[in-house]
Write a protein that binds this ligand. Structure first.
Ligand SMILES: Nc1ncnc2c1ncn2[C@@H]1O[C@H](COP(=O)(O)OP(=O)(O)OP(=O)(O)O)[C@@H](O)[C@H]1O
Ligand SMILES: [Mg+2]
Length: 246
């Protein structure tokens, strides 16, 4: 038995179902995410990936289903409370405050997450250190409107990092980027993972999923059809049929 078998999971999703009216977007999904894990979430368009993230972050209520985070039941907690407990997500479509600078965008996220005893000066230091870490140090005073696509993606991740997450969920941070830009974002995520942040990465770019993930889960029509190592999941016949179109 390895250490990870004996550790309690960071996140435990049990029997989660999500309906929109008569349509069931997630059917009875159960999965444990281990502390420090790099977890890839794949599946065809509309398979329920973002819906699952919305359930974890609290944007959607689940009915039924339970979510434990660090051994506490968070199923009924509001999104901002989950953020303070250590869950952060980036959005599939970045939502920057376009009229603000990159620094100001980060400050909004920091103010949201920080406790009262953290001074403005400490928040500014924290903001600059996150921007530097994310490769945006030189862009602090640039308007978000002027950022390139890859810079916007990085800022989206930086805003999530501003809340000091234990679990970071990245929703297609690489879509539409060139292959060298994909590598840049991937390297960023890997460097965050090496700092003890557990990451769930949703991605359609298979090379990135293979390189990043310790485990991969594939959803199809709201159900888990495969979970395992990247090579196990890619070799799964149902995954190939549902997702890879082979
Ligand atoms: N707020 C909502 N109201 C109604 N239906 C929704 C809502 N959000 C998602 N859905 C539906 O749930 C299903 C799953 O959508 P979801 O966005 O989770 O897919 P996804 O796997 O993230 O797809 P993609 O790869 O295209 O981002 C889709 O059929 C979608 O139309
Ligand atoms: Mg999605």
């Amino acid at each position: 038995m390895t250490l990870s078998d004996t550790q309690s999971p960071l996140l435990r999703i049990s029997a989660l179902t999500k309906r929109f009216g008569g349509f069931t977007a997630l059917h009875n999904v159960s999965v444990d995410i281990r502390p420090g894990e790099r977890f890839g979430l794949i599946g065809p368009n509309g398979s329920g990936k973002t819906t699952l993230i919305n359930c974890i972050s609290g944007a959607f209520r689940t009915e039924p289903g339970t979510i434990l985070f660090r051994d506490e039941d968070i199923t009924l907690l509001q999104p901002h409370v989950r953020t303070r407990r250590g869950i952060a997500r980036s959005f599939q479509i970045p939502r920057p405050f376009r009229s603000m600078t990159v620094a100001e965008n980060l400050m909004v996220a920091l103010d949201f997450a920080a406790h009262e005893h953290v001074s403005v000066a400490q928040r500014r230091d924290s903001m600059m250190s996150i921007l530097t870490q994310m490769g945006l140090g030189s862009k602090a005073n640039v308007s978000a409107m002027q950022l390139s696509q890859v810079e916007l993606r990085k800022m989206e991740l930086a805003r999530a990092m501003a809340t000091h997450p234990k679990l970071l969920i990245s929703d297609e941070a690489m879509a539409g980027l060139s292959s060298s830009e994909v590598d840049e974002v991937l390297d960023l995520l890997l460097s965050l993972a090496s700092r003890d942040i557990t990451i769930i990465m949703i991605e359609h770019i298979m090379q990135a999923v293979m390189r990043f993930s310790e485990r991969v889960m594939c959803l199809d029509a709201g159900r888990i059809i495969a979970i395992g190592t990247p090579s196990e999941v890619m070799a799964d016949r149902r995954v190939q049929e549902a997702y890879l179109g082979t």
